[in-house]
Design a protein around this ligand. Sequence first.
Ligand SMILES: [Zn+2]
Length: 215
Amino acid sequence: MNYSFRKKNKIVKYIVIHYTGMKNLKLAYQKLSYNRSNVSSHYLISRNGIIFNFVCPKFKAWHAGKSKWREHININDYSIGIELENRGHEYGYSNFTKKQYSSLKKIINFLKNNFYIFDKNIIYHSDISPNRKIDPGEKFHLYKIGISRFGYIEKKNKKKYSLNQMLSIYGFHIYYIKNFKKFCIKAVKRSLNYKKISPKISAKFIKDFNNLLFQ
Ligand SMILES: [Zn+2]
């Protein structure tokens, strides 16, 4: 099992949601539990809702890779990783199952209570590594587990924001906004559950993005 100790000044703040992106559960299980894979995750949820716990959340698992979010870099230091079994865009991306959502809800509630994690800090791999990762993808619906990531934002705010400001409010690290803006836009579209994911900035996208953040 791959894991390391968390440094004393780096406390758990985030939950990062992933998909496995592998052909089947066995392969995903092996990858997440074999040392030579150089990756791991705290939890894996199979399509029929079985929860596997590989690494105790007190320790650091290696799920995020090169990543940045808000003011933080190397999100493994600050997060708990949850993998959802799904073949992913490469091998046949499918809807997540009801049983997966139900098990995910249980784990997240448990973690929220034990690590004091806010809804706004339940994030996606595609948010923290937008230039490299697209999981859990546009078929993942956070509302199905009763989480509202942007519920904390002041709703009466009528101020108009630029796209860059909106990307920053969403939570992207300034490095990604500057260097990989198109990938950030695609990540937002996945968050909005768009069927077609392109970096195109349409009026509809700006409206949807505003609604996501401020409504
Ligand atoms: Zn991932």
